[in-house]
Design a protein around this ligand. Sequence first.
Ligand code: CA
Length: 235
Amino acid sequence: MTKILIVEDEAGLRQGLEINLRMENYETVLAGDGEEAIRVFHAESPDIVLLDLMLPKKSGFEVLDHIRKFSKIPVLLLTARGQETDKVRGLRGGADDYITKPFGLQELFARIDAVMRRSDATSLTTKTICEDTLIKLDPSTREASAKDQKLKLSPKEFDLLMYLFRNKERVVPRDELLSRVWNYRVDLNLNSRTVDTHVTRLRRKLQKAVGTDAAVIVAVAKIGYRYLGEASNAA
Ligand code: CA
């Protein structure tokens, strides 16, 4: 059962969330301030955190910062309307998504589902083999091949390809690649050129192995990259 840590100082909202999430078959643990949040986080090892930003004792940002030192579990911020800069700060600080109060329960459930799904897909420690008609990546041996030809990938190229593969149903933003594949603490000085350079090198290796000019990984202007695999040959 998925365990959710609800961090919210407003007692009514906290209890409302608790009741409704339990009815959806989530296990819940609660915290009413920032210090309690950190305590409960360590004691209960939740699978996901719903985190209010304005909290007594320690702010949501401090809690987020603390959690990110230990864990990559999904953190969904509960923000108030008009806190635009807070949302950006929270996302750059490693939050996975935010939801603006007041929100409907259906929206909350949908967002929880989405961040949980993404977190499964984005875990680089999962040892499941990634395979389609074009490539095969084995995370336990770190072996990579394309059309049965061995690929010589650097560790970062391997992680990058695996990450794009696991998220192939969407375009992955450069910022996300930097934070997930490179483990960059996301700040304002991040350099998305790092991502571009690695993708270029990776593409060259893939094309050499596959022997076509088809773009296995496509760039989506101003956003990021998407793995298309062999589908790109048909296009
Ligand atoms: Ca609050």
